[in-house]
Ligand binder design. Structure first.
Ligand code: NAD
Ligand code: TYD
Length: 340
């Protein structure tokens, strides 16, 4: 099964994974015309796409996926939508849950509705392994029930249900990817890896919730983007959901120790802090379906982390301006001392 597209709308393309996805497409499929729609929230950054500005086959539109008129006009000119746009940080979802429902659920509905009206050839929702909820043992498979536990993961599950409803009710050709914890260049320094890396560069404490034992499946952003590209082009609509991950479990402690070793900093920088409410201690994915499609991770965690640390060391002009003002207000309110 192979699908091809002349024009794509990439919603949320100015964020971390979206901008890496646009870079992949520009390199490997330069014939596809790309429109990026992004509201440029605190996490969106037009500078992530600066190299494409003014180039043929690329345009940037500043706007909200929740705006039906705007989305309808853009959807009229493309064959498919890939939706990265979302509020994405669990800790922020505990402070401002409604913003997550608005963008992640309603925004996805607005995009699906426009895709339906314009008879698009595909609608790909970039979702997350967090929709399965905490997985104490075993590995999540695509047919497992969704048991999200945070406002973030619940809103992503809501987005998935909306997309399914459009597939069932209107025949919208929906595809869904459930990616694991992604790291690499251009990641806003609020998620685990870039918080640890940028703090370690500056000799600041590395905050780990509770005892640092929670595990995640980490995947390099280039591998994640190649998998999304493969699902978009090659996955059958009859088998629309794909877990994307490395299949390897790594704890917060292991990430922090690896970062400190790469930067030659002392382990004493690790600081255990009060736990995240409702913290999911483990996610683990069965990735057989995406590997059967022909994908495999090419960058292992050690190599990916080394490359990522080097990127943050080499690009202080990208992340230093982000760590100011509102960033520190959030940071100071988020991390509290651990009481044992
Ligand atoms: P991000 O926070 O870096 O980027 C999100 C982008 O969406 C930003 O550019 C932001 O400006 C834009 N946006 C937010 N609200 C918008 C709105 N209403 N209208 C238009 N644009 C809006 O996120 P990311 O880490 O790149 O994640 C991208 C997608 O991948 C999300 O849907 C997320 O749920 C999913 N995902 C992320 C990870 C991860 O580890 N980062 C893992 C699996 C899945
Ligand atoms: P995070 O990057 O927020 O992603 P997720 O959406 O999977 O929770 O967190 C990854 C893991 O790291 C999770 O177990 C929470 C933990 N964590 C810390 O210990 N300290 C931190 O500063 C952050 C941001 C996360």
């Amino acid at each position: 099964m192979t699908r091809s597209f002349d024009r794509l709308l990439v919603a949320g393309g100015a964020g971390f994974i979206g901008s890496n996805f646009v870079r992949l497409l520009r390199t490997t499929r330069p014939q596809i015309e790309i429109t990026v729609l992004d509201m440029l929230t605190y996490a969106g950054n037009r500078a992530n796409l600066a190299e494409f500005e003014g180039r043929q086959g690329y345009r940037f539109v500043h706007g909200d996926i929740c705006d039906p008129q705007l989305v309808d006009g853009l959807a009229a000119d493309v064959d498919a939508i890939v939706n990265f746009a979302a509020e994405t940080h669990v800790d922020r979802s505990l402070l401002e849950p409604l913003a997550f429902i608005d963008t992640d659920v309603r925004g996805t509905a607005v995009l699906c509705d426009a895709a339906r009206k314009h008879s698009h050839r595909a609608f790909l929702l970039v979702s997350t392994d967090e929709v399965y909820g905490e997985v104490r043992e075993g590995r999540s498979r695509e047919e497992d029930p969704l048991k999200p536990r945070s406002p973030y993961s619940a809103s992503k599950a809501g987005a998935e249900h909306i997309a399914h409803a459009y597939a069932e009710s209107f025949g919208l050709p929906v595809l869904i990817t459930r990616g694991s914890n992604t790291f690499g260049p251009y990641q806003y320094p609020e998620k685990l890896v870039p918080v640890l890396v940028t703090n370690a560069i500056d000799g600041l404490p590395l905050p780990l919730y509770n005892d640092g034992s929670a595990v995640r499946d980490f995947i390099h952003v280039e591998d994640h983007c190649r998998a999304i590209d493969m699902v978009l082009h090659d996955a059958p609509i009859s088998d629309p959901i794909y877990n994307i991950g490395s299949g390897i479990e790594t704890s917060g402690n292991q990430v922090a120790e690896a970062v400190l070793e790469i930067l030659n900093k002392p382990k004493s920088l690790i600081q255990y802090v009060a736990d995240r409410p409702g913290h999911d201690y483990r996610y683990a994915l069965d990735v057989r379906r995406i590997t059967d499609l022909g994908w495999e991770a090419r960058i292992n965690f050690a190599e990916g982390l080394e490359r990522t640390v080097r990127w943050y060391v080499d690009h202080p002009e990208w992340w230093r301006p982000l760590k100011s003002g509102e960033y520190w207000d959030f940071y100071k309110g988020n991390y509290r001392p651990l009481k044992r």
